[in-house]
Design a protein around this ligand. Structure first.
Ligand SMILES: NC(=O)c1ccc[n+]([C@@H]2O[C@H](COP(=O)([O-])OP(=O)(O)OC[C@H]3O[C@@H](n4cnc5c(N)ncnc54)[C@H](OP(=O)(O)O)[C@@H]3O)[C@@H](O)[C@H]2O)c1
Length: 320
């Protein structure tokens, strides 16, 4: 098992990339400026069979697909249109557009939105909780038979964030009193806590099946994610960076993260997918290519909260 270290995707693929050869991989959140877009390009160098690239508009993935076609013409790519703010749309997309795909080796849930103004998904759920977490809960549930069909060493990766350290899931009021008490960063943190707890509960549910499940923090990467960060938020983030540390909800101090490139951001996802040295720690949260459950606070590590979140999620997706 490695110590925490920022590494480029190329370094992880050089070590373990053989495991990607011939595989079918579905990635959400693909664009030419996103971590998921970079992940797709990086993975293509390891000769997967098929990369299923999801976004809400084809224009987002065209340049990624072209780049892969240019450099790795043997790797098949497919655009998978899916809008994550609409649960029945996710169901329809999986049922219709993936009906011919019977096995998926790796599912990477990387799409997300940060600190947007208060809005709700079409299903009436606060947007960041809905897109960053609840959509993945449903998506993974729908794709699970295909992942199980792929057999051992398949993986489900829930991309999360170090923002988990400053968040909790408010089970009594996940929607910030219909927006009245909404704080964009608090909602982002909440959604990421949910992403981490989801991976923990899912791995528990799948115990013994050989499906790798990890949540990961990609690090601090300049992408499209910062589009809603206003001057005030940017100044607060910069202050934390200058202070050199921030404090989690348990009062523990953590060093601020150095900036990483998109290749470095994608690397921890690849670690989750294929690093054989972490297999005995299924369900773990990973940061900088290493196990990082030591960074999680008590609310996240509380198994009762995993079960509570699961029940809440089942209720929220019912009938949608
Ligand atoms: N960048 C960082 O520093 C950082 C740090 C920690 C964690 N993360 C996590 O890493 C993941 C990837 O983020 P990124 O940095 O690559 O950001 P990004 O460039 O904004 O990529 C996120 C992608 O998610 C898509 N998305 C947003 N809402 C969607 C919806 N309703 N339906 C379908 N797709 C939707 C966006 O597509 P549209 O353009 O169509 O909106 C975008 O292409 C996120 O989950 C984020 O929380 C990032």
């Amino acid at each position: 098992m490695s110590a925490k270290q920022i590494l480029r995707s190329e370094a992880i693929l050089e070590k373990y990339g053989k495991a990607i050869s011939g595989k079918t991989i579905l990635i959400t959140g693909v664009s030419d400026i996103s971590i998921a877009g970079e992940l797709a390009i990086q993975l293509s160098t390891a000769d997967p069979r098929l990369l299923i690239l999801s976004a809400r508009a084809e224009s987002k993935v065209v340049s990624v697909m072209e780049k892969i076609k240019e450099t790795r013409p043997n790797v098949m790519t497919r655009f998978f249109k899916m809008d994550l703010d609409y649960l029945s749309g996710i169901r329809e997309a999986v049922e219709h557009d993936l009906a011919d795909i019977h096995q998926i080796d790796h599912v990477i849930c990387a799409a997300g939105v940060m600190a947007c103004p208060y809005t709700m998904t079409k299903d009436g759920v606060e947007m960041q909780f809905g897109v960053n977490y609840l959509a993945n809960f449903l998506l993974v549930k729908l794709l699970l038979p295909k992942v199980q069909a792929a057999g051992p060493s398949s993986s489900i990766i829930s991309v999360a964030s170090a923002a988990v350290r400053q968040g909790k899931v408010d089970f009594d009021d996940i929607g910030f009193s219909n927006g009245k008490t909404y704080e964009p960063i608090a909602a982002y943190c909440q959604s990421n806590v949910a992403r981490v707890m989801f991976a923990k509960k899912l791995s528990e549910n799948l115990e013994g099946q050989g499906v790798r499940v990890y949540s990961i923090d990609p690090g601090s990467v300049t992408t499209g994610l910062q589009r809603h960060v206003d001057a005030e938020m940017a100044a607060a983030i910069e202050k934390l960076r200058k202070d050199g540390y921030f404090v989690d909800v348990d009062g523990n101090r953590w060093p601020s993260q150095p900036r990483a490139t998109r290749s470095e951001g994608a690397a921890t996802i690849i670690t989750g997918m294929i690093d054989p040295t972490i297999t005995d720690h299924n369900g773990a949260y990973l940061s900088q290519n290493a196990l990082a459950d030591d960074e999680l606070h008590r609310h996240i590590l509380n198994e009762k909260n995993w079960a509570r979140l699961w029940e809440l999620s089942e209720r929220l997706i019912q009938g949608q």
